[in-house]
Design a protein around this ligand. Sequence first.
Ligand code: NI
Length: 264
Amino acid sequence: VLADSHAHLDMGEFDEDRDAVIERARQAGLATIINMGCDLPSSAMAIALAERYPEVYATVGFHPHDAAKMAPGDLNGLAEMARHPKVVGIGEIGLDFYRDRSPRDVQRRVFQEQLALAAELGLPVAIHSRNALSETLEILHNWTRSLRGREGRGVLHCYSGDVRQAEELIDLSFYISLAGPITYPGARTAVEVARTVPLDRLLVETDCPFLTPQPHRGKRNEPAYVAYVVKKIAQVRDMPVEAVAEATAQNTIRLFARRRRAEG
Ligand code: NI
């Protein structure tokens, strides 16, 4: 059994063959796919996919690239969407100081507002952080102080930081999610993270259609390819592939279960 903790099956890249992509995911043993929202329309599309395919669950949110699109009232729109039973988190949200597609001040504000929303709703967060990890950590330190429970706070998706920062995130009760880049030659830091992160804190993802793992690098990514990420992790940890598959699938379910919300 496998889980893809971060996918974008709503994107146009899958319009031609979405059913076939999902079918291949099933054949590969995927029982859970968490589809991210990046703005209001993609969040709505994520929910529509979750209604159509039993293994797909949705998160809703504004990606840092799209932060400038968040209008007054959209936060209420997200809260409304989050009432759907297959919405399991707020994401993907965060900071991207590499592309800077939205002004940094706007990214910071939109990130903080969505963190507050997640806390209010008792939902975990899926975080994107690129060239902004130290500031992201600072924000998460402050955010977690405002929370009561310790479980299921969130995940740092496509983690690209070092081992020390991973430990800091784990101390904050976050999960670390690894993606296709750990299969690329020269991925030294990511491989070190894959080797050292406690197995019960590790998730795997595709971020499809992006970040395609070896040996399909250069082509479109899809959920079935999460198996290559699992295989690489098993190899560097010197563990059976099945054990990594099982643990990461269980971790994904544990993080995105709606238990916290039910506890109020
Ligand atoms: Ni993504």
